[in-house]
Design a protein around this ligand. Structure first.
Ligand code: NAI
Ligand code: HPV
Length: 528
């Protein structure tokens, strides 16, 4: 299998070497496609690599029938419809660390350019004007820099601003007073930061909650003559409100690397002498581009070839040590889901997954997703994967609950899956036996010992002499060879079950004949 990868934005050639060197992948670089051209050819690709230009919309993703992964060579994923990607089972990975330094340096360059009017003075000089009077600046020393969003880039900017002898005051929902103290910076609410800063720089992602975070009301709270920097995302600052704040002299200057709409050349903010700007250059350094392209290329290849991506955006990332512990259970968890979904004829309302024994002290959410994938596959097919399994379950109104329990029933590890429908509850439990592999150990209330593999026939019957023989005889007549058989009963003469593993899939006709046998309550063919 050769995976087809499309690179639709300019990526560093040195950075995509991991892709070029990988076996089983073929790269196509086409960075000038119109949205329509991209939509037309996207179905040919297994992976798409982008920066911030390509708009990866729901419509595009819905046409990408072979797409498995979208790699964003950079941080911001606001150009990718994450909900659609998740729904269609497409993993999104980004490269969150590779351009932090460049973005922080660019922010500092913008702050210093603003403070000393460097772009304006240069522009005048280029136009033969030796003007020293108009471009008197301000020092950074002892001024307060308000940092809104103290993540990777915000923190690097804060660190550098301290080097300029600035006082730094930051607001971030995850920032505590203690952490701020350790970093040697001030801590405040958004309002306190806005009120006290001489320069304000934003470093949040663009989210519903951060759209127009800096709006007219925010400008009103600021000091007169404040200077504003946005090297994060257009839209965090309300451009109309910024324009008004500049023309009314509330804001003395603004440095913008990003805009609500990009690319843009004729914007009324660009006509103001107080505004300096760059065309989204924060991450445009040789080093950053190489870093992000390497990171994202590695993740895309790893994921396509069955590995675990380091920087998933629409899946929680799982540390390697945790993955090593839970990986052996993956096979079992999916099989339990598939087995149980075959026993469940009615619509699932609730799924409870119980982890016991060795599984109580590790992060098990990847196993939960895998079990849910197994549960949904029968009706939704291969369209269900680890990315969209829990999302699709929730969309179908199925509640998924994960429980850790001390009741491991004597097994060193035990995974129990229980499905509730309007008719009651069905459950199946499995364990991983040291050196022997996976086993089904319980179906509803019956204890069993079955390898969850291959073709199976699950029979519910009355515990009567001859019931087992009749099933065996009929299967022999259908030329279905029985490999193993497990029986269990509630009490003598009561309800009982048989789990047969057989050498081939039991066809519908054979199934119907089995159901007609006396003392048989139900028969299900299960292919694991
Ligand atoms: N201009 C450019 O070329 C570049 C722009 N960026 C942009 O910079 C931004 C920050 O990137 P990173 O620092 O890597 O991300 P990050 O995820 O490390 O940091 C973002 C921080 O914003 C905080 N935050 C979220 N909502 C907030 C709110 N309402 N108020 C205050 N803080 C809030 C988060 O808690 C987090 O600490 C992103 O929007 C990214 O796309 C990143 C690289 C280059
Ligand atoms: O990483 C980010 O979020 C950036 O904004 C960089 O964007 P770019 O890859 O330069 O189009």
């Amino acid at each position: 299998m050769v995976y087809q990868i499309l690179v639709s934005d300019p990526l560093s050639e040195d950075g995509i070497q991991p892709l070029r060197k990988a076996d089983g992948v073929e790269i196509t670089i086409q960075t000038a496609l119109t949205p329509e051209q991209l939509a037309e050819k996207i179905h040919e690709y297994d992976a798409l690599l982008v920066r911030s230009q390509t708009q990866v919309t729901r419509d595009l993703i819905s046409k990408a029938t072979n797409l498995k992964v979208i790699g964003r060579a950079g941080v911001g994923v606001d150009n990718i419809d994450l909900e659609a990607a998740t729904e269609f089972g497409v993993l999104v990975v980004n490269a969150p660390d590779g351009n932090t330094n460049s973005a922080a340096e660019h922010t500092m360059a913008m702050i210093m350019s603003l403070a000393r009017n460097i772009p304006q003075a240069f522009h005048a000089l280029k136009h033969n004007k030796w003007d020293r009077k108009s471009y008197v600046g301000v020092e950074l020393k002892n001024k307060t820099l308000g940092v809104v969003g103290l993540g990777r880039i915000g923190a690097e900017v804060a660190f550098r601003a301290k080097g300029q002898r600035m006082n730094v005051k930051a607001y971030d929902p995850f920032l505590t007073e203690e952490k701020a103290k350790k970093m040697g910076i001030g801590y405040g609410t958004l309002e306190e930061v806005l009120q006290s800063a001489d320069f304000i720089t934003v470093h949040t992602p663009l989210l519903k909650e951060t759209k127009h975070l800096i709006n007219q009301k925010a400008f009103e709270q600021m000091k007169d003559g404040v200077q504003i920097v946005n090297c994060a995302r257009g839209g965090i600052i309300d451009e109309e409100a910024l324009y008004q704040a500049i023309v009314t002299k509330k804001v003395a200057g603004a440095a913008l690397d990003v805009f609500e709409e990009e690319p843009i050349t004729d914007h009324k903010l660009l006509e103001l002498p107080e505004v300096i700007a760059t065309p989204h250059l924060g991450a445009s350094t040789k080093e950053a581009q190489e870093n992000v392209a390497i990171d994202v290329s590695k993740d895309v290849v790893t994921f396509l070839t069955g590995g675990l991506a380091r920087n998933p955006v629409n899946l929680p990332s799982v540390p390697k040590e945790v993955m090593n512990k839970i990986e052996p259970y993956f096979h079992l968890s999916e099989k339990l889901g598939i087995f149980l979904t075959n026993l469940t004829q009615e619509a699932m309302e609730e799924v409870n997954i119980y982890y016991a024994g060795d599984l109580t002290d590790v992060e098990v959410s990847p196993l939960t997703r895998n079990t849910v994938k197994g549960l949904l596959k029968r009706h939704l097919g291969d369209h269900v994967n680890d990315v969209n399994a829990t999302y699709l379950a929730e969309k179908k109104g199925i509640t998924i609950n994960e429980h850790k329990t001390s009741s491991s029933k004597g097994f060193t590890n035990l995974l129990t899956v229980e499905v509730r429908t309007n008719l009651g509850t069905r459950s199946v439990a499995g364990t991983l036996l040291n050196g022997l592999g996976a086993r089904l150990v319980k179906v509803d209330d019956y204890s069993v010992d079955v390898i969850p593999e291959g073709h199976m026939v699950f029979v519910r019957h009355k515990d009567q002499p001859g019931a087992i023989g009749r099933v065996g005889t009929l299967l022999a007549k259908e030329l279905v060879n029985i490999a193993t058989m497990q029986v269990g009963r509630s009490n003598v003469g009561g309800d009982a079950i048989m789990i047969l593993t057989v050498d081939k899939h039991l066809e519908k006709e054979g199934l119907e004949q089995l159901k007609q046998l006396s003392d048989i309550y139900g028969v299900t063919a299960i292919d694991l």
